[in-house]
Design a protein around this ligand. Sequence first.
Ligand code: PXP
Length: 253
Amino acid sequence: MPPSSSTRDLRLGVNIDHVATVRNARGSAYPDPVRAALLAEEAGADGITAHLREDRRHISDRDIERLVAELTLPLNFEMAATEEMQRIALRHRPHAVCIVPERREERTTEGGLEVAREENRLAHFIAPLREAGCRVSIFIAADPRQIEAAHRIGAAVVELHTGAYCDHHAAGEFAARDAELARLGEMAAFAHGLGLEVHAGHGLTYDTVAPVAAFPQVRELNIGHFLIGEAIFRGLGPAIAEMRRIMDAARAA
Ligand code: PXP
């Protein structure tokens, strides 16, 4: 029997934002991201991630309400550190809250959060979320200053940004890719040594996921854009199941 999501050594969080991107491109009611989340659960996801952006370019407030009402998997609610998002998170009390940087003009979350420079503000910002029972995760670059700051403000989790590693791979810059991968591995161990739970994500594909999945300190990968694209060719369930298979094989090796 496959292990349940709570006992699995490496969890897969499926990010469904880009199902909503396709829906919103036409202002239609389909494809429905909540339906995708329920399908992801059947296909072996351990959690669902959704980012309610300030400009609501993909996930909507109603999507979050429905995810909270209809999902049985844990919801990882990605949000910027704003008062509006804090209010929404406190109303829904999702399993986890991942604090990400957000700029309107960016195409995606381009860098990690600058925790070190905003330590006081962020410590106060996450305190009520922690008190409400949400596991607070901070999305950061693989940088010891940011990891130490995330630890000092009381985060339970850091999610390491794998975007640069994946970009170097896609560009064929293999020396830079391997250097970034080595940094991710060192920083996963460093964060784990401080007592933080370590997650990773952004830009991961079938080609790039295995070495990250193999880091023993990494407990969760959050993957979205590639899976939603791959679903066009093989269907969402099989696309997720293949990612799960590669992750598990990398972990076992
Ligand atoms: N983790 C975080 C914190 C993110 O912001 C994103 C992108 O929304 C992801 C993981 C997933 O990235 P991708 O969609 O590129 O797989």
